[in-house]
Design a protein around this ligand. Structure first.
Ligand code: ZN
Length: 460
């Protein structure tokens, strides 16, 4: 059944500048009508969305689904289940798999498996370079024909500027955005956390902000030189935001994204919960301690190790400011599942990355909307129409006739993120045990409800 009537919700559709209490009628997988007091034929199901937000299906353009080759971490089935639980109707999977997604055959394989096993839409990003080795371009035209929506070497970064220039030129020919994981290897070397006070105190090798900023600057110059659309992934440093802001003023076709961990946590978290709540966590504690004592974790907890790393409080502020003033248009998770045995090692040896699909909506609401940094419509735009426009996806709106991908969420529902209730195959999140505010209650893909969770009772 791909028809449904959603009644009484606050419908927020930034692409059409619509924000009003209304009903949404979905017929045969498409948006049919939006208006007051709609009625539907008897055989069509009804969902009472009173008190909830009804918006275009959320899109996460930065997700690691780990297929092919790394199915012990995640699969198309488990990753898309996590996405649906988080309120996401579309995800873009990254190509740093095993083998990398650098041939048309691998793209075809993923699209076929996603159609069979995925519970939400899966779009594929292809590699910039063969094997993500940064040495030779992948067959970008063939990848485009096979259906990719962007190119990226995410997890890695093309160091050779000339190769990156050619990648931009090809991408422009094929009207594909180039997404870049900004990391200069010569500056970062084997850094494992942000280079600063806490890396010194903890005795861990530093990953300096400049290691990101240098590549953001390079990407701005190449976007300007080639006219290709370049998108900087998971921005973490204040300097990156300043560079992007300045370049956008000049009309350079550059854009950026931010992940909730970078605008919620800081490097103090690597020193353990006690240090974090006593310092950079102070501004958050009013949110997370509403009904519980603050979450606890030890120092050197590898669930706080990601790439780029958690940075200083001023970087977190700069990311929030960049989101507020529109410099950063896209919100995403960088959902990066890893097995327990991989993460349960010394900090130096653990892989970078955390899961994020199930917590990103709540964290974005808590850090951006509930704190009045940005409006609800702005936040929704960063999860819907903005990524859709960047990737030329025919998604992200509730326009009449559009695919009926719809997310219904309760912005005020309080819940605790529980290890036993996750949809992902992996458990490497720093946010287990956190009391979060805001939760998806229905995820509708092509008119079908794919994941509905009962609202939890609020425990005090
Ligand atoms: Zn990355």
């Amino acid at each position: 059944m791909n028809s449904l009537l959603l009644t009484g919700g606050r419908v927020v559709d930034p692409a059409n500048q619509f924000d009003s209490i209304a009903d949404v009628l979905i017929l045969d997988g498409r948006i049919s009508t939006i208006g007051k007091n709609l009625s539907a034929p008897k055989e069509i199901g009804c969902f009472n969305a009173t008190g909830k937000i009804v918006c275009p299906g959320l899109i996460d353009l930065h997700v690691h689904l780990r297929e092919p080759g790394q199915t012990s971490k995640e699969t198309l089935a488990t990753g898309t289940t996590a996405a649906a639980r988080g309120g996401f109707t579309s995800v873009v999977c990254m190509p740093n798999t095993s083998p990398a997604i650098d041939t048309a055959g691998t793209v075809a394989l993923i699209r076929e498996r996603a159609a069979q096993q995925g519970v939400v839409n899966v779009f594929v990003a292809g590699a910039i370079s063969k094997g993500i080795a940064g040495e030779e371009l992948a067959p970008i035209g063939g990848l485009k024909r096979a259906g990719i929506v962007a190119i990226t070497d995410d997890g890695h970064c093309v160091q050779n500027n000339e190769l990156m220039r050619r990648a931009c030129e090809y991408a422009k020919m094929f009207n594909l955005p180039v997404m870049d994981h900004c990391q200069d290897y010569s500056l970062v070397t084997d850094g494992v956390m942000h280079e600063g006070y806490w890396s010194t105190v903890l005795g861990l090798r530093g990953w300096p902000s400049a290691g990101e900023e240098v590549i953001v600057a390079r990407d701005i110059l190449l976007a300007e030189l080639t006219g290709a659309r370049v998108h900087c992934q998971h921005l973490s440093a204040a300097g990156s935001v300043a560079l992007l802001r300045e370049a956008k003023k000049r009309g350079v076709p550059i854009s950026g994204e931010a992940c909730p961990h970078h605008f919620t946590l800081t490097d103090a978290a690597v020193a353990g919960s006690e240090k974090f709540w006593a310092t950079d966590g102070k501004s958050l504690s009013s949110l997370v301690t509403r009904h519980a004592s603050p979450p606890e974790w030890p120092k050197y907890d590898t669930n706080f190790k990601m790439n780029p790393p958690l940075r200083a409080a001023r970087d977190r502020e700069a990311i929030l400011e960049g989101l507020a003033d529109g410099t950063i248009e896209v919100l995403c998770s960088d959902h990066a599942p890893h097995c327990d045995y991989e993460k349960e090692v010394e900090f130096d040896y653990a892989p970078f990355g955390i899961t994020g699909l199930e917590t990103e909506l709540a964290l974005a609401l808590m850090q951006l909307v509930h704190t009045k940094q940005i409006s609800l419509a702005d936040m929704i735009a960063k999860f819907t129409i903005n990524p859709a426009r960047l990737l030329n996806l025919n998604k992200g709106t509730l326009s009449v006739g559009a695919d009926a991908d719809v997310t219904v969420f309760d912005p005020d529902c309080e819940w605790t993120f529980d290890k036993n209730a996750t949809g992902s195959k992996s458990l490497n999140s720093p946010f287990y045990g956190w009391r979060l505010r805001g939760k998806a209650v229905a995820t509708i893909v092509g008119g079908r409800r794919v994941s509905v969770e009962r609202r939890e009772a609020v425990a005090v």
